[in-house]
Design a protein around this ligand. Structure first.
Ligand SMILES: NC(=O)c1ccc[n+]([C@@H]2O[C@H](COP(=O)([O-])OP(=O)(O)OC[C@H]3O[C@@H](n4cnc5c(N)ncnc54)[C@H](OP(=O)(O)O)[C@@H]3O)[C@@H](O)[C@H]2O)c1
Length: 168
């Protein structure tokens, strides 16, 4: 079975931007959110995309969104409030994880909770993967590497995403 990109938060503003960007590149994502009717309407408007209903308050429904090797893109925020069950679901599933957070404490917590397990299992965790943050993260990683700090891998950079993302 072909792996899928699932956009959780599809009915929101940022989720809409992600979906548009994927469609422009010829990728047909699976739409995910908590409102079945709105999802169905959106999926129809976008040419009959697949959609799945999930609510952060029901972690099993979030876990059911992805399987091993899929990509879970989440724009369901605030992330300190809503993000943890989503990240856990991705790691539990062996799915790659991308989010649009700008919440530094959330990024730090993800690293503490999931980095070792994701690293052992293979999937990448890439929080704060929006336009506003990626250039700064990459610049920080390069600066740390040039300074001999070993980059985000040594754990000194609390705001860095998984080293799998920032340093390849
Ligand atoms: N880093 C950056 O540059 C950047 C840029 C933009 C946004 N952001 C962040 O991205 C996040 C989303 O922003 P936004 O402007 O797109 O917000 P938004 O338009 O309000 O979208 C939020 C989405 O989350 C969904 N949601 C809320 N509670 C949920 C739950 N319990 N279960 C499942 N889905 C739920 C909403 O679904 P419903 O439609 O059902 O309410 C909606 O689809 C925010 O945390 C924001 O700070 C970051």
């Amino acid at each position: 079975m072909t792996n899928q990109i699932v956009v959780f938060g599809a009915t929101g503003y940022t989720g809409g931007l992600v979906i548009d960007a994927l469609l422009r590149r010829g990728v047909r994502p699976v739409l995910a959110g908590r409102g079945a009717e709105r999802l169905a309407k959106l999926a129809e408007q976008l040419g009959g995309l697949e959609y799945r209903v999930a609510d952060v308050d029901d972690p099993a429904s979030v876990r059911a969104l992805v399987g091993a090797g899929d990509v879970l893109v989440t724009t369901v925020g605030p992330f300190e409030q809503f993000g943890h069950p989503v990240a856990r679901a991705a790691v539990d599933a062996g799915a790659h994880y991308v989010d649009s957070t700008g919440e530094v404490g959330f990024v730090r917590a993800l690293r503490q909770r999931h980095d070792a397990r994701a690293r052992a299992a293979g999937p990448s965790i890439a929080p704060a993967f929006g336009y506003d943050y990626v250039p700064g993260i990459l610049a920080g990683a390069l600066a740390a590497r040039a300074a001999g700090a070993g980059g985000p891998r040594d754990g000194r950079s609390a705001t860095s995403p998984s080293a799998r993302c920032a340093t390849g």
